[in-house]
Design a protein around this ligand. Structure first.
Ligand code: F6P
Length: 537
């Protein structure tokens, strides 16, 4: 594999970077034509890159780098199901989840589009039954609470989407999400629920994740304690979403209560899959389909746009520019939308589990910095917590600001004038923050001055609805993919999480067991001893 930093395209970008560093955003933004040339439409989103430390020339040079790394060919490989996740020998086909029914994508000679459609139809039928109270619990009562039990990609995407689509959720069905092995998670969520009207979704692609299986066992125990122990209870109150139906059946799930996902859908890329069954129940199959349509619109943009106007690709290139050329090791995502509060947490997994890699696609140590640390928070709250560092800290953190022109409303309890006034103030805060970061202010006292010249992108949507949500999901999925291609790493595996998992059993048995002779390092041994002493073990 060729080292990307050794290419002439990379070196030319390095020289160009030196010239960019001689100027500043204050200076660059004096040119009114700049906004025109560095703002783009992607599907229905408006994206303003003019507050990034780039020029139109940078985009041309990005284009050359993208050509050198065969980005267009790799995009084609992604959509056509080639084995791009080489360490696990499989394709990454999240885009197939939203392709039109007339498409065809083959995995091991089988067309997967009819497969996807039949599971989507099964999930939609089930969601309608729950929503219309046709699906009843064992006592004959309809379902009023849906509890998703899953972690990582089987939690963060569905949770983010459920919260984002608050105004579209059916009242009368409360969705909850249990992810953590911490019993407080079970306790906090189950304490106010009635087992007779609760439906659990066991959401685990592998059906081996220890936290999820432990929480599922606890939930079964909780339901059986109240409703009795028989197969009807399991049938009426538990369904599973998994790629491992054999294990799900062994657990006790009826085949009809199992919704398939597949090993070619990565957990963090599975928000459009049946992993979001809880979201489908909450917002209804039609709204869910609209999320997929939004994704598909962005997929089309990514697949067909010229690289000089291809927004997910440009976002990825700017990510690499900020990380490797300008040397910024962090990145912040700030939605100015309370309902979109969980988007940064979802992106933490999407970006950092995908691109936090130290070897290239062939397993050799990388020679360049890869994925930055992603942090986030919701505006305006974040302004009153960590924005101080963004404005005056010694670390420059490029920001993505995400805002919507229309407010998100589920009720008409408040006066429309008040809503518009407050929403305008919300947007004013968003625009003022990116302006302050870019322009700064010079005063005669150091503590009140801000240097400015801190880059950001602003993404403006019409309204946080299913269609826009889909576009944003696909936008970031493709941005992450682009960065992986440019760094020549595999964005679809996550071997780094395995070591910690493999150590748990030994530590757990030493915490409480009688055979405590496992060879740990001195710090771990001392922590275990301290716990045992506290519990008189
Ligand atoms: O431990 C990491 C991980 O494998 C994630 O990639 C995944 O989203 C999560 O665990 C949950 O996995 P599963 O859906 O198989 O339970």
């Amino acid at each position: 594999m060729v080292d990307p930093t050794q290419s002439s395209q990379w070196r030319i970008l390095e020289e160009h970077c030196s010239s960019i560093q001689e100027t500043s955003l204050q200076e660059l933004l004096q040119d009114n034509a700049r906004v025109e040339s560095l703002s783009f439409k992607a599907a229905d989103l408006f994206i303003d890159f003019s507050k990034q430390l780039i020029t139109s020339e940078t985009i041309d040079l990005f284009n050359a780098l993208a050509d050198h790394t065969n980005l267009e060919m790799q995009i084609d490989a992604l959509f056509t199901g080639q084995i791009i996740n080489r360490s696990e020998n499989r394709p990454a086909l999240h885009t197939a989840l939203r392709m039109p029914p007339s498409s065809s994508v083959k995995v091991a000679d089988q067309d997967i589009i009819p497969l996807i459609r039949s599971v989507q139809e099964k999930a939609a039928e089930f969601a309608v039954k729950v929503r219309t109270k046709e699906w009843l619990g064992v006592t004959g009562q309809p379902i009023t609470s849906v509890v998703n039990i899953g972690i990582g990609g089987s939690h963060l995407g569905p949770y983010m989407a459920y919260k984002a689509l608050r105004p579209f959720c059916l009242s009368g069905i409360d969705c909850r999400f249990i992810s953590n092995i911490d019993p407080a998670d079970l306790d906090a969520n189950l304490c106010s629920l009635d087992p007779a009207t609760t439906l659990f979704i066991l959401n685990s692609k592998s059906f081996t994740t220890s936290e999820t299986l432990a929480n599922a066992q606890a939930a079964v125990g909780w339901v059986e304690k109240a409703l009795g122990k028989n197969s009807n209870v399991l049938e009426k109150h538990f369904v599973a979403v998994t790629a491992n139906s054999e294990k799900a059946e062994t657990f006790g799930f009826q085949p009809n209560n199992i919704f398939s996902t597949w090993d070619w859908i990565g957990g963090r890329f599975s928000v459009c899959s049946p992993a979001s069954l809880a979201v489908m129940i909450a917002v209804g199959p039609e709204n869910f389909k609209t999320i997929l349509d939004g994704c598909q619109k962005m997929d089309d943009h990514f697949r067909t746009s010229n690289l000089t106007a291809n927004v997910p690709a440009l976002m990825g290139l700017i990510g690499v520019w900020n990380r490797n050329f300008l040397g910024f090791s962090n990145h912040a995502v700030i939605p100015y939308s309370k309902d979109f509060e969980h988007f940064p947490t979802y992106l933490e997994q999407l970006e950092m589990e995908s691109n936090g890699k130290h070897v290239d696609r062939e397993g050799n140590k990388v020679t360049l910095e890869t994925g930055p640390i992603l942090l986030g928070g919701v505006g305006t709250d974040a302004q009153h917590s960590f924005f101080q560092l963004l404005h005056q800290g010694t670390t420059v953190v490029p920001v993505d600001f995400i805002a919507f022109c229309e407010p998100s409303l589920a009720s008409n309890n408040l006066s429309i004038d008040l809503i518009h006034r407050q929403h305008e103030t919300l947007l004013a805060n968003c625009f003022a923050q990116s302006k302050a970061l870019a322009i700064g202010t010079e005063t005669d006292k150091g503590n009140t001055s801000s240097d400015g010249n801190r880059p950001s992108t602003t993404i403006l949507g019409d309204r946080l609805d299913p269609f826009t949500l889909g576009q944003l999901i696909a936008l970031y999925e493709h941005k992450v993919f682009t960065m992986g291609v440019l760094w020549e790493i595999n964005s679809f595996d996550q071997w780094g999480v395995e070591l910690g998992k493999s150590l748990v059993d030994d530590v757990a048995s030493d915490l409480t067991g009688t055979d405590t002779n496992k060879a740990h390092d001195s710090s771990t041994t001392s922590l275990i001893a301290r716990y045992r002493k506290r519990r008189n073990l």
